[in-house]
Design a protein around this ligand. Structure first.
Ligand code: DON
Length: 310
């Protein structure tokens, strides 16, 4: 057996016990039904071929990992300057759904596109007249980045979050009051909730992050999906802000541009060894909303293969 696959199997076995730590994201009722003991991994790369283990083909909702795609799409639909006039790219030490910085810092603009307020603003910049148009923009970008042409969103997770999304509504209405968020607030939130409920597998995330690792180029289709310049910017923001207020420790321990979601997914990019895209899934989360076993898996993998960009 391939040595790397053997090591990945061992890391998987070592990390399984960490699925017992943490909790699933029960603030979205539908997510509280997910089995917390799952762990999946998929990696695709130039020199590495494909490696996978565990729950690599289990579907889960993308949640905040989609914030990377919303950011890319908002820039493609507008311009970098327009997006950066609404949201900056500064890390935060507050939680992903924090409201406090909107009033105290940064002239009412969200600190970065990967916290809820920032992603809601970026969603408002997506082209489209209905929430469904905006969701389809994200889904079609995803289809250009991975093999899965059946991507869709999970209706019950979407409805569950829409029903209980008081915090996101607070953020959005606050930003509407300061003028940072323009447009129909409920419609923008509806698009945001649907986008968070898009279903993916570790394989989908690995392929999407591999396009980011390849500077926006999809090797399978031969398409330059977006520019090298944009890919570089997005990877930078992922490295600084992708794990919320856990981004600093993650940079030290793992050192890979990454983005997590409360569905338990993490999408990571390695630019070493010709580039690698990684998707992990472990729905049991730490207090900051990052997958406990997923982070542990990435830490071991990165340290063993010297993947850290730092
Ligand atoms: O808006 C929310 O709260 C969720 N739909 C997404 C948050 C999230 O994934 C944060 N992740 N770690």
């Amino acid at each position: 057996m391939d040595l790397l696959q053997k090591r990945i199997d061992e890391i998987y076995q070592e990390c399984l016990e960490y699925t017992d730590e943490g909790r699933v994201a029960d603030y979205i009722p539908e997510l509280s039904r997910v089995d917390k003991y799952q762990l999946g991994f998929y990696a695709v790369g130039a020199e590495f071929d494909e490696y996978y283990i565990g729950a690599y083909d289990v579907k889960f909702t993308i949640q905040s990992v989609a914030k990377v795609l919303i950011f890319i799409c908002a820039i493609l639909d507008n311009s970098t300057a327009k997006v950066l006039s609404k949201v900056t790219v500064e890390p935060t030490s507050s939680s992903f759904n924090s409201i406090v910085n909107l009033e105290l810092e940064n002239e009412n603009r969200p600190l970065n596109p990967f916290i809820n307020s920032g992603a809601i603003v970026c969603t408002s910049l997506l082209k489209g007249t209905t929430s469904e148009d905006r969701v389809q923009q994200i889904i079609s970008l995803m289809k250009r980045m991975c093999d899965n042409q059946d991507i869709t969103y999970n209706e019950s997770v979407y409805l569950s979050e829409k029903k209980t999304g008081a915090r996101n509504r607070s953020l959005a209405y606050y930003m509407s009051s300061t003028g940072v968020l323009e447009g129909d607030v409920e419609d923008i939130l509806d698009a945001y909730f649907k986008i968070c409920a898009i279903e993916v597998t570790c394989k989908d995330l690995a392929q999407i992050s591999y396009v980011l690792a390849q500077d926006g180029y999809n090797e399978n289709t031969g398409e330059q999906v977006f520019s090298k310049f944009l890919a570089n910017r997005v990877r930078s923001v992922m490295a600084l802000c992708g794990m919320y207020d856990g981004s600093g420790e993650f940079a030290v321990e793992v050192g890979l541009p990454s983005k997590s979601g409360v569905g338990g997914g993490i999408m990571s990019i390695s630019t070493k060894h010709g580039g690698m895209g990684i998707g992990v899934f472990g729905p049991s989360l730490d207090k900051k909303g990052n997958s406990v076993a997923g982070v542990m898996f990435l830490k071991r993998l990165s340290q063993e293969l010297s993947l850290s960009i730092f």
